[in-house]
Design a protein around this ligand. Structure first.
Ligand SMILES: Cc1cc2nc3c(=O)[nH]c(=O)nc-3n(C[C@H](O)[C@H](O)[C@H](O)COP(=O)(O)O)c2cc1C
Length: 389
């Protein structure tokens, strides 16, 4: 792969030289872009000599006269790795600044981004850094968490650059994955549905849409075309996906059925089983005393999609309040899906709203596989790797 290695002004900048060499050893072509901060620690000459390629740094540099380097390099890169990423560079990347060469190239590129932060633990804990990391999650960004340990200035905590081998492994895994779903269409339902009671109130659920957003990013990383039919969710969906916003289960079903033929369908949405039989106009007032709400069942969205698109591999998500395989298997048979991904919502460290998840994938053919606890993005990649459309 063509790897653009961005280096920023951390004390760990010297380790980028080893990283460049290891990436080349793994068979990748490497070009380096330095921030002004990085150039205080390491020189362009070092990387030019190591890689045999020109090194970019200034925002207005043009190694080939008349060719805008930021566009040229953005198009060239199959993947961009920013390592080490300073707090400053991380925040600028997260907010979409483009006032130096590195951030401009990243903004101009649609290549997957791998970011390996290195900074003082207090800087890493700063609100604005956390905010930037969340923003980066909206792109197909892999953030390799800094390691815990003793950092310069006598502090201890998460701040050390991830091991070089881990950064190289992230690039390698992107290489393996990137063509895995090339030419395939992945349709994902995500987030909660909302079912109106009157013009003001609705019935909904606790789904954050994080799993759906992670699945969308995972499928994009693996080269798929992605459509997400999303209820009003808080998690940010990747820009490269086609997003169809909906509110109710009926809208979700209609929108998903209207999608072009998918190869894979994943039902990560938490669809309301019931909706109010009637929607009251205006606002129900308190002065009417006790009221009862009559509910009517919604259609089973994922079962209907499996029937609409029999050629696709359809995976239903089953949120179970405990490790209940028998109920999930019965659900799978009822829904007529290819597989069901069970997640245990009784655990607070995984599932609803959490950043991590653990999936148990049961196949209609009888097999099963377990992901173990991973980030939702890693779970998404794992799940898609279990399918062979
Ligand atoms: C000796 C020294 C070491 C530094 N190490 C780090 C670091 O590890 N991480 C970090 O976020 N900032 C570090 N900084 C601060 C950055 O260099 C500074 O915020 C700079 O503006 C970053 O610019 P850049 O992100 O464009 O490279 C360090 C500064 C100095 C003087």
């Amino acid at each position: 792969m063509k790897v653009l290695l961005g280096v920023s002004g951390s004390i760990a900048a010297y380790r980028a030289a080893d990283l460049a060499r290891e990436l080349m050893r793994a068979g990748h072509e490497v070009r380096v872009c330095l921030t002004d901060g990085a150039a205080q620690f390491v020189t362009p000459l070092l990387f030019e000599t190591l890689t045999g390629q020109p090194v970019l740094s200034g925002a207005f540099e043009e190694p080939i006269a008349g060719r805008m380097a930021h566009i040229d390099w953005a198009r060239w890169a199959d993947v961009i790795v920013v390592a080490p990423a300073t707090a400053n560079t991380l925040v600028r990347l997260g907010l979409g600044f483009a006032e130096d060469m590195l951030t401009t190239v990243v903004l101009a590129s649609s290549a997957p981004l791998v970011v390996a932060p290195a900074m003082n633990p207090s800087m890493y804990a700063a609100d604005v850094v956390a905010f930037a990391r969340e923003r980066l999650a909206a792109r197909a960004t892999i953030v390799l968490e800094p390691q815990e340990g003793d950092v310069v200035a006598g502090e201890h905590g998460p701040g050390k650059l991830a091991p070089i081998a881990e950064i190289v492994a992230a690039v390698q895994s992107l290489d393996v994955r990137r063509n895995r779903l090339a030419g395939k269409h992945v349709l994902i339902t995500s987030g909660p549905t909302v079912e109106s009671i009157d013009d003001v109130r609705f019935l909904s659920n606790r789904s954050s849409g994080k799993m759906g957003a992670a699945l969308a990013r995972a499928a994009l990383l693996m080269g798929a075309r992605v459509t997400v039919v999303a209820g009003p969710q808080s998690a940010v969906l990747p820009l490269a996906a086609t997003v169809i916003p909906v509110h109710t289960a009926l809208e979700m079903l209609a929108a998903a059925q209207g999608a072009t033929q998918p190869d894979v369908i994943i039902g990560a949405a938490a669809v309301a089983d019931y909706r109010p039989l009637t929607r009251q106009e205006g606002k129900i007032r308190r002065d009417v005393g006790n009221i009862s709400l009559q509910l009517t069942p919604n259609p089973d969205v994922i079962a209907s999609l499996a029937a609409t698109f029999p050629g696709a591999q359809t995976v239903a998500f089953a949120a179970e309040p405990g490790p209940d395989v028998a109920t999930a298997r019965a659900k799978m048979a009822r829904k007529g899906v290819f597989a069901v991904a069970v997640n245990d919502i009784s655990r607070s460290d995984i599932g609803f709203g959490a950043d991590d998840n653990a999936l148990q994938l049961l196949f209609a053919s009888g097999g099963q596989a377990e992901s173990g606890v991973r980030t939702k993005l890693a779970c998404g990649i794992w799940l898609l790797e279990q399918l062979t459309p």
